[in-house]
Design a protein around this ligand. Structure first.
Ligand code: SOE
Length: 410
């Protein structure tokens, strides 16, 4: 059907709930890559899952009036604000969703919690342990008033990951020996790709470590069901200066100014080993310079009774090896995590129909709404975010000490 002129000129729909369930108004700060992803989550969760309360996209906030109004129209938000304090003060906002760079997380999250709002905050929770501690304390005070604070470790919400956690908790792979985690991307391979906020310590806190390492540290601890108690690390900044941005950046990129360059003040890559509380050993590798690797988050967990493996680039699959089976037939087999009995799948497509990256944000929105309505503990909580922040800080401290390596005797 051809679109009529009248339809083409009409403003886009705002996504309001369809049912008579009470609404939960969402106010979101930020509208770039994560803002778009979270918008999808809020728009869809109440239409796919049976929720006791339905999210309504009340208002979106950014500093540039024209840009934030365009984002509101594009993503279906009812109103636009240019000051996050005004967003928090709105009566139609009950959840404040923070999708800004890490340097503003603490201030916005603490103000929102003190104003009586629930909070969802992108990862890493903050840029420093001190900020994350202050946020966690604010979240604990707010929990006493019935408020919820969640951190956006969205990969926990991939059904195959949630299911792997269940299998490990049930003892299907037995006592854990190894957790192996890598998260590789390649969008910084080009030394002339511009100096966006993610390359500046004052905005991002750290580089690949906080951006990607935060996810795999969280996943390692979530899957193992225990915490890292020590780490040993090396890190490197391969490209130490990059062209300044010629204009605003969008998502991961932006236009480079060919003449002027500025210093990169974060890591390009961090590699570390860790010991879990039980004595199991973990290894981690994170970089945005692995040519050809786009969003390669891979995990393998080996236990006494078996192993599990996951690859985000094939996120509907989980590999499972049951070591208690006869050696003649045992071996890794591929489970398609697409059945209605699998986590989150009850509300999606008929068996075997796959999900994607965006669904993690829908599941995140669903979990947050349920947590608020049911008064249960949020997962992942700000305390989980703080724990990851402590690991990131320990990695940086260790990498600093390890900058002079033990010489190899030739
Ligand atoms: C960029 O490296 C990035 O968008 C991360 O910031 C996200 O957390 C990750 O999910 C995908 O890659």
């Amino acid at each position: 059907r051809e679109e009529t002129d009248q339809e083409a000129a009409a403003p886009p729909p705002t996504y309001r709930p369809m049912t008579s369930a009470p609404t939960l108004g969402v106010g979101m700060v930020g509208y770039a890559f994560m803002g778009a992803a979270h918008s999808q989550g809020w728009r869809t969760a109440g239409h796919v899952f049976e929720l006791p309360m339905k999210p309504a996209l009340a208002a979106i906030c950014g500093r540039d009036r024209a840009a934030v109004e365009a984002a509101a129209a594009r993503h279906g938000w009812a109103a636009a604000e240019t000051d996050w304090r005004a967003l928090i003060a709105r009566d139609d906002v009950q959840i404040v969703d923070i999708c800004t760079p890490g340097d503003s997380h603490a201030e916005i999250a603490i103000a929102a919690l003190e104003a009586g709002k629930h909070v969802l905050c992108e990862k890493p929770l903050a840029n420093t342990v001190a900020e994350a501690e202050a946020m966690t304390e604010a979240a604990e005070r707010a929990a006493g008033r019935g408020q919820v604070a969640m951190v956006g470790f969205n990969y926990r919400k991939v059904p195959a990951i949630t299911y792997a956690r269940q299998l490990i908790a049930e003892g299907r792979i037995g006592t854990l020996r190894h957790v192996r985690a890598t998260y590789l991307q390649d969008w910084l391979v080009d030394p002339d790709s511009p100096l966006t906020w993610r390359l500046k310590r004052e905005h991002a806190g750290s580089g690949a470590l906080g951006d990607l390492g935060a996810h795999i540290v969280d996943l390692a601890q979530y899957l193992a069901g225990e915490l890292l108690v020590g780490v040993s690390a090396v890190s490197e900044t391969f490209v130490r200066d990059r062209p300044l941005l010629a204009g605003p950046s969008a998502g991961l990129s932006g236009t480079a100014d060919s003449a002027a360059r500025g210093a990169v003040t974060v890591d390009d890559a961090a590699l570390f080993t860790g010991r879990l509380a039980s004595g199991a050993l973990a290894s981690f590798e994170t970089t945005r310079m692995a040519a050809g690797r786009k969003n390669a988050l891979r995990l393998e967990i080996n236990g006494q009774r078996g192993s599990l493996a996951f690859d985000l680039e094939r996120l509907n699959e989980l590999s499972f090896h049951d070591h208690t089976e006869p050696a003649t037939t045992a071996g890794f087999r591929r489970i398609l995590v697409t059945e209605p009995q699998h986590p989150y799948l009850e509300a999606w497509w008929p068996p075997g129909h796959a999900l994607g990256y965006e669904h993690t944000f829908i599941h995140q929105a669903r979990d947050l709404v349920r947590t608020i309505a049911e008064g249960t503990a949020p997962a992942p909580s700000f305390a989980d975010g703080l724990q990851v922040q402590r690991v990131l800080a320990a990695v940086e401290e260790s990498a600093e000490k390890n900058s002079v390596h033990t010489p190899v005797v030739l």
